[in-house]
Design a protein around this ligand. Structure first.
Ligand SMILES: *Cc1c(COP(=O)(O)O)cnc(C)c1O
Length: 432
């Protein structure tokens, strides 16, 4: 830790507190367990920030990466291609929402979002339309690069950068406010329609987190919102971008969250669980219509001048391919849906003791209510859980549960029991 404190700057971390929080040094992992440098183990209750699918060091994924390592470590995807990149694209499209037929690789979730935003703008431009505006949703989160922050709706993460961000129009979140979920969805859709009426011909894309605004604290909403957004975007000639970076690969109990609404987006971004939690890889899935707008002779300038040095890294593609194969073989999506129901039952006794419990599939937020940030109520609950062998990380005063989809029943019970006891202990200490 002394060496960490002397040289490292961590993401989303207040370093004035970091040393005092007695951080863990993680040494190894297996299944749903993380082991620290003292040999103590912690149940990975947030799938290592929402990525782990089949567990840590899953033998089949380890083996796929090793086999790839012995064949091809890396080759550029700019002007070359390779089997893992091709096979993964085929596998992704085989299970994709209808209409999506092309895969563009990126590295992290934010870089997939960045690519999707640029694609949407350029798509319109190449059809002779000037559409410089993005339409986004309050409380949304799409990553931390400037384009992604521009369409983000969490003030704490974006307000500082406002002077250097893209121009957007923001509608109210369907996940907060008065009324029933369907009333909120209707209100958000009405706001969306209003913006489109005024300046719809200048909007190139509407970007949404389908079914749940995860980083805002697992704010779930009605599928009506997605259906409304789909209609409104199409009517205005704008694209619908479904950001499935958090929700993709079974987390909501379906392969893709848009399936809950039977909505097909024009662009879909995915990342996080794509490699099963092993390596940074993300992708934009696009329709043939979008793809074809980029075809032309070199002089037309229609090329998508966008890419990263490590685009479609073969090791990451091999991990992702193994992950998708295992998901099919093991029926992981159905298992995730069942896990979600188990979570609901296990959490039911806690519901009356907290402000709200929100959940879709296995994505769960236990909202402890609003507190002074300096009291760090969410962080204190997580610290009590950590001392009892469960690792969870809060979003403010929302404690998140996002177990690996391969978690066993007894491990799930341990996760929920421990977090429930931790909530009760912190409340008893007078913070809840
Ligand atoms: C996490 C997340 C991102 C950003 O992904 P990174 O890999 O952290 O860049 C984008 N969109 C959503 C919905 C996310 O949850």
């Amino acid at each position: 830790m002394a060496r960490d404190l002397a040289s490292v700057w961590h993401p989303f971390t207040q370093h004035a507190l970091w040393a005092g929080d007695d951080p863990l040094v993680i040494d190894r992992a297996e299944g749903v367990w993380l082991y620290d440098s003292d040999g103590a183990r912690y149940l990975d209750g947030v799938s290592s920030l929402w990525v782990t699918v089949h567990g840590h060091r899953e033998p089949a994924i380890n083996e796929a990466i090793r086999a790839q390592l012995d064949r091809l470590d890396h080759a550029t995807f700019l002007g070359l291609t390779h089997e893992p990149g091709i096979a993964l694209a085929e596998a992704l499209l085989a299970g994709a929402p209808s209409g999506l037929s092309r895969v563009f690789y990126a590295g992290d979730g934010a870089s997939a979002v960045e690519a999707a935003l640029k694609m949407a703008f350029q798509f319109a431009a190449q059809r002779g339309e000037s559409r410089p505006l993005f339409l986004s949703v309050a409380e949304g989160y799409h990553g931390d690069t400037l384009g992604a922050v521009s369409v983000g709706g969490i003030g704490l993460f974006s307000d500082t950068y406002r002077p250097i961000l893209l121009e957007t129009r923001q509608i109210p979140s369907p996940g907060v406010g008065d009324g029933s979920p369907s009333q909120r969805a209707a209100a958000s859709c009405a706001a969306l329609a209003q913006v489109m009426e005024r300046e719809g011909e200048r909007v190139c894309a509407v970007i949404v987190e389908p079914m749940v605004q995860a980083a805002a604290g697992m704010l779930t909403h009605s599928a009506d919102f997605l259906r409304g957004a789909r209609r409104c975007a199409a009517a205005a000639g704008a694209l619908l971008i479904a950001d499935e970076v958090a929700t993709g690969f079974g987390r909501t109990g379906r392969m893709w969250a848009v399936e809950h609404a039977e909505v097909a987006p024009d662009l879909l971004t995915c990342g996080k669980g794509l490699t099963g939690g092993y390596l940074p890889l993300s992708a934009v899935l696009a329709t043939e219509e979008v793809y074809e707008a980029f075809l032309g002779s070199p002089s037309t300038g229609r090329t998508f001048f966008h890419g990263h040095t490590y685009t479609a890294n073969p090791l990451a593609c091999a991990a992702a391919l193994a992950n998708l194969t295992l998901m099919t073989e093991r029926g992981t999506v159905a298992r995730a849906a069942a896990l979600g129901e188990q979570l609901a039952a296990l959490l039911a006794p806690l519901a009356a003791e907290v402000s709200e419990i929100r959940r879709i599939g296995t994505m769960t937020g236990i909202d402890l209510g609003s507190h002074d940030p300096d009291r760090r109520v969410g962080a204190r609950v997580c610290r009590v859980a950590r001392d009892r062998g469960v690792w969870v990380r809060p979003l403010g005063d929302v404690v998140v549960l996002m177990p690996p989809l391969a978690i066993h029943d007894d491990e799930l019970e341990l996760l929920v029991d421990t977090v429930r006891d931790a909530v009760r202990q912190v409340r008893a200490e007078g913070a809840g």
